[in-house]
Design a protein around this ligand. Structure first.
Ligand SMILES: Cc1cc2nc3c(=O)[nH]c(=O)nc-3n(C[C@H](O)[C@H](O)[C@H](O)COP(=O)(O)O)c2cc1C
Length: 191
């Protein structure tokens, strides 16, 4: 089936906002990508889904590297700016710097700028790219990573930015006892 952009049934997903930094024929760029996921531990792989017409896609295809900066809860405006303008038309990095909204530093192992004070920073080398529907999935192998657990990530849900709320406790041992009994009852016979 085909779903329109922002179909309300797709708005139940909860994601981070990845601030994807890149460098290439279009110069240094930053975009917002809610479709940013850690998909393997060893090797450590991060997948991002980007529209082919985006400046970021062209930059990654040419340089074969990108930065993944998970937005912190107070970087909501950075996300909106990174998600609003095209890097072909606007130098968003200079804009964000001059507006005092973001500070950038040079990555260690790739030729890309990274966002300071993000919840996590990962430097990625392109491992694979695949056109999937109306986006291109870029899978990057993580070559450097750092994270500050005191910086809470921004949450994106239903087109809105949120912050992490109260914990919901995991089930207690008492709750799990009857479940374990039932699990024994429903264990599949070993063949
Ligand atoms: C919160 C937010 C999340 C977004 N997530 C994505 C995404 O996952 N993939 C995508 O292609 N575009 C996404 N966008 C839109 C891009 O960030 C937008 O098209 C941007 O202008 C592309 O910039 P570029 O042309 O400089 O690469 C998102 C925008 C916002 C505000």
């Amino acid at each position: 089936m085909h779903l329109a952009w922002n179909d309300r049934r797709t708005r139940q997903f909860i994601t981070n906002v990845g601030l994807i930094t890149s460098n290439g024929p279009n110069g240094s760029d930053i975009m917002a990508a809610e479709w940013t996921h850690h998909i393997s531990y060893s090797p450590s792989l991060i997948a991002i889904n980007v529209r082919g017409r985006n400046t970021t896609a062209e930059n990654i295809q040419s340089s074969r590297e990108f930065g993944v900066n998970l937005a912190a809860a107070d970087q909501n405006i950075v996300c909106s700016v990174a998600g609003r303008y095209s890097g072909k038309e606007t130098d968003k990095i200079s804009l964000l710097k001059e507006a005092g909204l973001a500070v950038f530093y040079a990555a260690k192992s790739i030729n890309v700028l990274m966002v300071q004070d993000a919840a996590m920073n990962a430097e990625c080398k392109l491992m694979k790219q695949q056109e999937l529907g109306d986006h291109i999935m870029f899978v990057g192998e993580v070559v450097e990573i750092s994270a500050d657990e005191n910086i809470k990530p921004l949450i994106y849900h239903n087109g809105r930015y949120r912050q992490i709320g109260e914990d919901i406790p995991k089930p207690s041992a008492d709750t799990l006892v009857p479940i374990e009994k039932l699990a024994e009852k429903y264990n599949r016979p070993r063949g």
